[in-house]
Design a protein around this ligand. Sequence first.
Ligand code: GDP
Length: 313
Amino acid sequence: MTEAFSLAGKRVWVAGHAGMVGSALVRRLGRENCTILKATRKELDLRRQADVETWMAANKPDAIFLAAAIVGGILANESHPAEFLTDNLQIQTNIIATADKLGVAKLLFLGSSCIYPRLAPQPLKEEYLLTGPLEPTNQWYAVAKIAGIKQCQAYRRARGRDFISAMPTNLYGPNDNFDLASSHVLPALLVKAHQAKLAGAQELTVWGSGNPRREFLHVDDLADACVFLMQRYSADEHVNVGIGSDVTIRELAEMISAAVGFTGKFVYDSSKPDGTPQKLLDCSRLHGLGWHAGTSLPDGIAATYKWYLENAA
Ligand code: GDP
């Protein structure tokens, strides 16, 4: 597919630039000939409409990657329902509505594969959105993200704005959250395996049954897909971004232990939730456009462990 929207010479705002996704976008955009705009949390509280308008009017972005959000793993989602719903709605509404007001040429909104119904057929096709009840553990986040997709569609229809949405599967990589209480499973197991190895422990605790299936995409692949979509995609429908295969949490724990060098056994903590039984995206739409993920899960885990050792351990 040809490039319809060039980033060359443009002012590109990465909203949420300090997070895992935003920082990957900043790395990837470094290869485009564009000016990258950033606003720190101290400079700009994205939950405040007037502040967002003032900042955007002053900084004049031509394009926006909307990667700012309150995110977290299965327990964080369950423990902070109000923040996951309200803060995310505020952040995205403020940015999307102001992008319309100022006539921003292109905006890409980032969601998540948790927008799909809990028991939707697998792999998850884009059209399964809103065909059934959500997974309760992350419904607050999911409702905000579904609203974001609809906001982009509404501004496309009503105002002719080129606002699009991408729905990535579970992500991991540099700048992930490695705090065990609020992180997602991959960084959590990486830290647990590392600490168990250092302590010479014989056991590592895995939450839930180990049976849920998840798909994991390296965040640098996501950033590449986002730039690809920004340059080449313009339509109502959101686009799934995944790697095309999933693993059980048990298999993930084994892969991580192999990368870290932990040789003990796993203990399953059934007091913790399993969440949705499976989340595997159908990426036919994205593959049809000509984009495929480049990082295998074992390679991505090895690279992330190296990053963790050098930067976060
Ligand atoms: P989800 O994809 O929204 O369910 O988010 P998570 O990445 O937090 O959890 C994925 C699955 O991994 C769930 O079944 C968790 O119970 C399981 N899991 C196993 N061990 C852990 C852990 O130490 N931390 C987290 N966050 N999840 C874990």
